[in-house]
Design a protein. Sequence first.
Length: 276
Amino acid sequence: MNLGAHISIRQGYLLAAKTAKDIGGSSFQYFPKNPRSLSVKEFSEQDAFACASYCKENNMSSIAHTPYPTNLSSKGSERDKVVASLVNDLEIAEACQSIGVVVHFGVSKNSKDPLEGYLLMIETLNIVCDLWHGKCLLLIENNAGKSGPAGTTFEELVQVRNLVDFPEKIGFCFDTCHGFASGLWTGNNWLEIEEKGTQIGYFEHLKAIHLNNSMYPSGSMKDRHANIHNGHIEKAQMKEFLGSKLLRNLPLILETPTSNNFTHQNEIELIKNNYL
């Protein structure tokens, strides 16, 4: 399995890749810039290219994640900031030779029309994809449901991709905590999810996994990540998920809590020894 974790780029992209390997990972995720800002970043191409070379030499893969304020359903001047930021993220990720940039399914705030968020999101994606000409993909992530039901089903994600003018520039990232919290995955229906997702073309474009347990039960709509061995997704359920043929070779990225007593290196070892 292509296991890894989210790694800080505080000391650069190359060191992030080296850190990922040092903790036993064969993949990793990173924020291409300040995770709390949409400001465009001037980045070191030399560092990014060195990261790409290191990953190629060590058979590693990576994905980037957009900053927290990124909302595909923004409008007006805020949308302009989101578009510029997304293109910047794609440029950085392309230089690092990452598979794609993860972006959350859009959330429309204070709207009386439930369709407005979807329309705004498709418009934003069209603008970004029209500006972007690289190989790096935008990877839309499923929501947990904490801001409403939008983005919690495979059907929605697939339909948004189908409606974008450049669907070939769009892929998906599945977050296990979000899928569980939303009620999409109950823990006992993974085979049904595989069948449905395959039928509608979701898994065909799935490029990465956020591998997280959930601090709350299925259907809670609460987005709180837990360590793999310490949440409401039971060990047998997680083992069934990790055994899926549809997930082979995909980067499986931990976004779980860490401490001095339990690091991502410990968690990767635990998964390799007890879940695979």
